[in-house]
Ligand binder design. Structure first.
Ligand code: FNR
Length: 182
């Protein structure tokens, strides 16, 4: 039976670079895997006050994550860290206390930027949060994709063959990691 990798991107931008990578992954999933894009843009800002309530957006999101076999995060860097929308989603999934839906999931991180260091700061801030949430995050290969604006065509579709090959190898390593920790 095929396993499901959920993709969560850290960008709410239309025509997002992260979304462009997500589209490539969706269309080039490893054999035996299906890819599901998880939308975090409609999640209200988290407050601990909501822990005792059944907020539909939160419940639906937590159930979506629970059903995944693995999670791939694809994110830009905002001010050397992860975008607020992504942190909000991570926090929502981590609560109420004792009901962390991320726990035990195999995970992986791809960061991208138009800049030269490929969102390194966001990538590692995210890894710090994922370690605490008990996400079993792929260590190697790392994926910092720099100068992303030069790797796409006029429609925003990933077109650089070297980057496609790198992502294919990254996904193969992620699939092997998922099998290993399952
Ligand atoms: C950025 N950007 C950015 N880039 C970077 O390499 N390091 C950084 O610290 C920041 N900081 C930052 C803050 C804010 C508030 C914005 C809006 C942007 C640039 C940004 O990460 C870049 O355009 C992304 O590649 C866009 O990705 P998406 O949103 O298209 O997926």
């Amino acid at each position: 039976m095929s396993k499901t990798i959920g993709i969560i991107t850290g960008s709410l931008r239309k025509n997002s670079f992260s979304g462009s990578i997500a589209d490539y992954v969706k269309n080039n999933a490893p054999a035996g895997y299906t890819v599901k894009l998880i939308d975090i843009g409609g999640l209200p800002l988290y407050s601990q006050d909501s822990d005792g309530e059944e907020l539909k957006e939160y419940t639906d999101f937590r159930n979506e994550v629970k059903a995944l076999d693995a999670v791939l995060f694809i994110t830009p860097e905002h001010n050397r860290s992860i975008p607020a929308a992504l942190k909000n989603a991570l926090d929502i999934g981590s609560r109420p206390y004792g009901h962390n839906v991320w726990s035990g999931k195999p995970g992986a991180v791809i960061s991208q930027s138009p800049g030269g260091i490929g969102g390194f700061g966001a990538n590692h801030h995210l890894r710090q949060v994922l370690a605490f949430l008990n996400v079993l995050t792929l260590a190697q290969p790392e994926a910092y994709i720099g100068a992303y604006h030069t790797l796409i065509d006029e429609n925003g579709v990933l077109s650089n063959e070297g980057t496609k090959g790198f992502i294919d190898e990254f996904l193969a390593a992620f699939a092997a990691w998922i099998e290993k920790v399952a």
